[in-house]
Every structure is written in structure tokens, then in C-alpha cells.
Design a protein around this ligand. Structure first.
Ligand SMILES: O=C(O)CCC(=O)C(=O)O
Ligand SMILES: [Fe+2]
Length: 158
């Protein structure tokens, strides 16, 4: 059993991949905000205005904070969640710690109704919970779809 595990783990080791390969595929995080600490470069974010990938420098002790899907839903799209990914570097080991902040598993979040929804500005996303998100992941395991796309409400005049 040990050799079975060793072989599987060794095959899955990311250092076997070429430099610059994507280690963690493009995604946005569930939750309101993510607070992330990286020990060396690797994190890349997609710029909102032109979708270009931009490396986030690893500054010792600096925390990187970004908006997650739940905050996009809560703000009715006024704040956009950040698409990001992690790139491999076979010469340097890298540790990243991501702390993703959300509500309890069955708590559905939808946007603030009275403050943000009107005839001119209709609700843009269906409410959903972390439980719903896990269900989405399980049924889209082989695709790179973002769960927030599945929450968008399509209004008739769009
Ligand atoms: O390793 C990284 O910098 C990214 C980690 C990440 O995106 C995540 O855990 O959601
Ligand atoms: Fe992430």
C-alpha cells in the first residue's frame, strides 16, 4: 500500500511539470473575501478591464486580499470577484495559504434587496449557499465553469 501511495503521489507531484505551467487552474473563490499569503511568486490575477493575466509579486509578509463570488452576489454585481490561478516554478518550492471567508454551509446569500434592487437595477444573481456551491463543483468536476455564472439571472430585455 505504501508503494502504491508513493507512486500515485510521485506521479501527481507538480515539480514534474514544466516551468510556467498552470498549477491551479483559473477560478474565482467562493466566499466574500479571500486573504492569501504566498511564500514565493506564482499567483496571477486576471485584470478586470482587459482580461490580461498579471503576476502578483511575493512581498515578504504581505497579504493579498481579493473579492469572492459571494460579495459579487451581495453587491448585485457592483463588486466583481477576481479570477486568478497559480503558476508552477520547478526550481523553488512554494507555499500559499488562502483563507476564504463565507457564511455557514446552508446560509443562502442574495443581494441586499431594498438598497440595491429596483426596476432600473434588477437582481442579477440567484441566492445560493456553500452547500449549493459544493453541489455545483460535484456536477461540474471536469469543466472550468465558474459557479457564479450558473447564478446569473437572465432578464428578458438583455
Ligand atoms: O496558490 C495560490 O496562490 C492560489 C490559491 C487559491 O487560489 C485558492 O486556494 O483558492
Ligand atoms: Fe482561489
Amino acid at each position: 500500500m505504501v508503494s502504491y501511495l508513493e507512486e500515485k503521489l510521485e506521479n501527481g507531484m507538480q515539480h514534474r511539470l514544466r516551468a510556467g505551467a498552470v498549477g491551479l487552474a483559473s477560478h474565482s473563490d467562493y466566499g466574500f473575501i479571500t486573504i492569501l499569503l504566498q511564500s514565493s511568486p506564482g499567483l496571477e490575477v486576471m485584470r478586470h478591464h482587459d482580461d490580461a493575466w498579471t503576476a502578483v509579486p511575493a512581498v515578504s509578509g504581505a497579504l493579498h486580499v481579493h473579492v469572492g463570488d459571494t460579495l459579487e452576489v451581495l453587491s448585485n454585481g457592483q463588486l466583481k470577484s477576481l479570477v486568478h490561478r497559480a503558476i508552477l516554478n520547478p526550481d523553488e518550492s512554494r507555499i500559499s495559504i488562502a483563507s476564504i471567508h463565507g457564511l455557514s454551509v446552508d446560509e443562502k446569500v442574495r443581494c441586499a434587496q431594498e438598497e440595491l434592487v429596483s426596476e432600473q437595477s434588477p437582481e442579477m444573481y440567484r441566492g445560493s449557499s456553500f452547500h449549493d456551491f459544493l453541489g455545483f463543483l460535484a456536477s461540474n468536476i471536469d469543466s472550468y465553469k465558474r459557479s457564479i455564472e450558473s447564478l446569473k439571472i437572465h432578464h428578458r430585455d438583455e
